[in-house]
Design a protein around this ligand. Sequence first.
Ligand code: SAM
Length: 447
Amino acid sequence: MKNKPVLQKPSQINRAAAIKRPASAGPTASAEAAIGKIAPARLAAFEILTLVGEGKGHSDELLHSPRMEVLSPEDRNLTTALVMGVLRWQIALDARVRGLLQRPEQRLAEPVALALRIGAFQLLHLDRIPAHAALGESVELCRAAGQPHATGMVNAVLRKLAAAQKPGQRVFESVAAFSERLGHPQWLVERWVAAYGREAALKICEADQKEPAQGSLFRETGGDLPQMDDGSRLVAELAAVAMPAAKTVWDCCAAPGGKTLILAHRLASAEITATDISAKRLAQTEARFRRYAYAERIRCAIADATTPSGDQTFDLILCDVPCSGTGTLAGNPEIRHRLKPEEFTRQAARQRAILSAALKRLAPGGRLIYSTCSLEPEECERVVENVIAGTDTHQVQLEDSLLKLAASGTLKEGADLTAAVRDGCLRTLPGLQNCDGFFATVLEAGK
Ligand SMILES: C[S@@+](CC[C@H](N)C(=O)[O-])C[C@H]1O[C@@H](n2cnc3c(N)ncnc32)[C@H](O)[C@@H]1O
């Protein structure tokens, strides 16, 4: 923490992006001096969180952008911990801070709220950061951002927080209380309580506040298999086992390509077509594929899955549709802050369009896997029910496929997915299964 602050060099301070000073903020000297007192990791975290808050980037991209290259490995680690931690705990941190304000209803300027969040997160969640560093540098962040008038308040609030007792034992906690304690919007958690019950919703929230789960489901990992979440891999393994003799396969929403790689690895004699609507994401996917010899059989093309060109049909289609991503909040903490309840209706309309168009390309007797990383029934079961109603496509129960994965040794011995099957579909829940929340179902076309 005592390293010379790399971002202090004027050429490397992205003031336009983060340390914005309103014209009314007075002479620049105190802001310049404040920047010099802030450790590079905190300055970088402040900058990245500002951009995320303004909707100008995703945490994952920004944490892997060139701005991070000027930092030492230790500073990069601390920056990542601060960014991901603040995004995961923002709702709970804001609630704690609000309770310590003289006027809890007052609206804080965004840079002030952010300096408070960064300080509060370190005080409450990072054991190895001395309180004086967390507190003092939050005050300097506030000053550096052109908010010198708020430094006294930031100092006072964080002092009170540092001195506060830890919350007492909980006898019973309402959904509202655990949503706030675990940094989730209450409206979202209430949806999960309705769909999966209170205990499951609590476990999901707890899992979302930790680093993404390390894989524990599969016997074979690493080597020439892609790195991916176990839930995501399980969907691809289920797709492969659903039609092992498939000669033609279409992955219609393929980027970043993790599931396509599993399909190519498992279906050694299939011709695989991977398409995506995003040219940028597909280019990154193709670059990824070049690292795997068995991916040579994958043909990539940009295509909108709602209006695919040509008239080719496929034995097997993977329809891993774009979705709200509510099953992936551990790795994508900011989703919870951006999401609005009306989003699910918009997502479901797009998902129905993709699934209907993809089903038209299924060969007679062919199989299609529809999957999402959403926990919301509107994007999962409801989409499938709606699209296949009145057609000769039917759902295939997943239990047999799971047994095949166990019998072939793909799953680790003892891996128990009994609780991850609901009504014949896969439904993993963070905290209940050791992976992200995925939904998947197998559909079979009439013959
Ligand atoms: C959930 S991601 C797919 C993840 C991928 N299957 C994997 O496992 O790595 C959804 C993808 O769908 C793409 N997409 C969104 N709308 C699309 C459309 N209309 N047609 C094709 N792809 C689309 C997005 O660009 C995104 O890459």
